[in-house]
Design a protein around this ligand. Structure first.
Ligand code: SF4
Length: 466
């Protein structure tokens, strides 16, 4: 855990609320009250939770992992798939008993799920013991919301005004080795299956100087891997006074002194430029790994998804990346069973997977999201049938992954040593492509970027420090 003292210099009223809350809590509790923050979903949510914990710590909360010790429980939710929401309703419902035992406990829900009117209405009517529901663009107002809850109010706040990004918000990072660095928020792409543009709002980029300063702070605090975050990092810079794009931002962060590496996610093929591929190649600190979701190999389905590229242009990008970096790791996301997809369409997805030979894939069966165009589309194929396609795709990728790992034997890779392996006398680390590697070495290497030559592959790669 790593805490960064920030004092809301951009939002003094929130600092004032934080001080009031900490005074109330000091008078109310004999020992430091404890908060439990439960995070669902993507890296952006994990990063947001680090800011939520930073603000709670500033207000005087300590932290716990168990509900019965908590004086405040905050769910930071995800809306990307239906079952994620069902789980939250179930888990929040289960808190009723803790609330009965500890009526002063503050029960709160935030994040993408909480940004939807239908969800706010449900919490307001069916969960009277939930004190606070707030959205994705007002998280920096948590001190004000806690103050209002402590004054007996039930608070529902989901303004989505795409306004200025509030900087200098207190931060409590979970790790000390790898850290998240958000560079932008929101998305303008409106892929027809995706809820993100409706719950995260329009694209807003952070000022480059804020990002550079935070990166320098992380490097000087010993972080070895910085992951730049955004729903679509490739469109970074739009709307900023200073003309800068993502490739230029990468070069600026790469110029920071220090022994660390830079990752970024998530890219969108329509905004992935040759300039960006050149920056990845030229910047020594940038991992030679491109996560480039293609979702479907069928141009008909890509059109229905409103993705703004076709399979040919996607393959051209992959070729351009490999021309520059023959050994680059490429990963992707795929949706199986998009409404109207036929087995013939699906076969084009499998074909593309066989052509590209991805390092690894994140595959999902289509999940309709209320409020998205795809949720109202004709969807004749059964869940069982989609499940069969899904298994077929996994099998194809399993073979490709195994072959890719065999090809790594004999080659040398940059590896971040994460810690001890379960295997006696071995350490475990990850390559730029996030592939696990075991190698012999002593614990002083933990947290270090090492060079490892791959000697063999069974279930995991085994190598030798060079
Ligand atoms: S690019 Fe598409 S899938 Fe990704 S967050 Fe934006 S709308 Fe969603």
């Amino acid at each position: 855990m790593f805490e960064i003292n920030r004092n809301f210099s951009n939002s003094p009223e929130q600092m004032e609320f934080a001080l009031r809350v900490s005074t109330i809590l000091k008078n109310k509790y004999s020992q430091k009250p404890r908060a439990l923050v439960i995070t669902y979903g993507c890296q952006q949510n994990v990063s947001d939770s680090e800011r939520l914990k930073g603000m709670l710590s500033l207000m005087g909360y300590d932290f716990t992992e168990t509900p019965d010790e908590a004086d405040l429980i905050l769910y930071n939710t995800c809306a990307v798939r239906g079952h994620a929401e069902d789980r939250v309703y179930g888990n929040v419902g289960a808190m009723k008993h803790y609330k009965r035992r500890n009526p002063d406990m503050i029960l709160a829900v935030c994040g993408c799920m909480a940004q939807q009117d239908i969800v706010v209405k449900r919490f307001r009517t069916s969960y009277p013991y939930v004190n606070l529901v707030f959205g994705t663009q007002v998280q920096h107002r948590l001190p004000e919301f806690i103050y209002r809850c402590l004054s007996g109010e039930r608070v529902y706040e989901t303004t989505l005004d795409n306004g200025e990004i509030i900087e200098d918000v207190p931060l409590r990072r979970d790790g000390t080795l790898k850290g998240w660095l958000p560079v932008m928020y929101g998305c303008n792409n409106f892929c027809t299956y995706c809820i993100v543009p409706y719950v995260r709002g329009r694209e807003r980029s952070r000022k480059p100087e804020e990002i550079i300063n935070e990166a320098k702070e992380m490097v000087s605090s010993g972080f070895k891997e910085i992951t730049l975050l955004g729903q679509n990092v490739n469109s970074y810079g739009k709307g900023l006074d200073k003309q800068i794009n993502f490739a230029e931002l990468l070069r600026e962060i790469n110029a920071i002194d220090g022994d660390f590496r830079i990752r970024f996610m998530t890219s969108h093929p329509k905004d992935c430029t040759l300039e960006l591929l050149d920056a990845i190649k030229d910047c020594e600190k940038v991992v030679k790994h491109l996560h480039l979701p293609f979702q479907s190999g069928s141009d008909r389905i890509l059109k229905a998804m409103n993705r703004h590229y076709d399979s040919a242009s996607y393959l051209k990008l992959i070729d351009a990346a490999r021309e520059r970096m023959p050994d680059i790791a490429i990963t992707s996301d795929i949706i199986v069973g998009f409404p109207g997809e036929t087995y013939e369409d699906f076969s084009k997805t499998v074909e593309l997977v066989k052509k590209v030979k991805f390092t690894s894939l994140f595959t999902f069966i289509f999940s309709p999201r209320n409020g998205t165009p795809a949720a109202d589309m004709e969807d004749p194929v059964s869940r069982e049938e989609k499940g069969r396609w899904f298994s077929e795709l996994l099998k194809v990728q399993e073979t490709i992954t195994a072959n890719n790992l065999k090809v790594m034997v004999g080659k040398q890779y940059r590896v971040l040593c994460d810690g001890q392996s379960e295997r006696e006398g071995y350490l475990l680390g990850h390559t730029d492509g996030n592939v696990s590697v075991e190698f012999e070495g002593d614990l002083s290497l933990v947290g270090k970027l090492c060079q490892v030559r791959i000697d063999s592959y069974s279930n995991v790669l085994t190598g030798t420090l060079v």
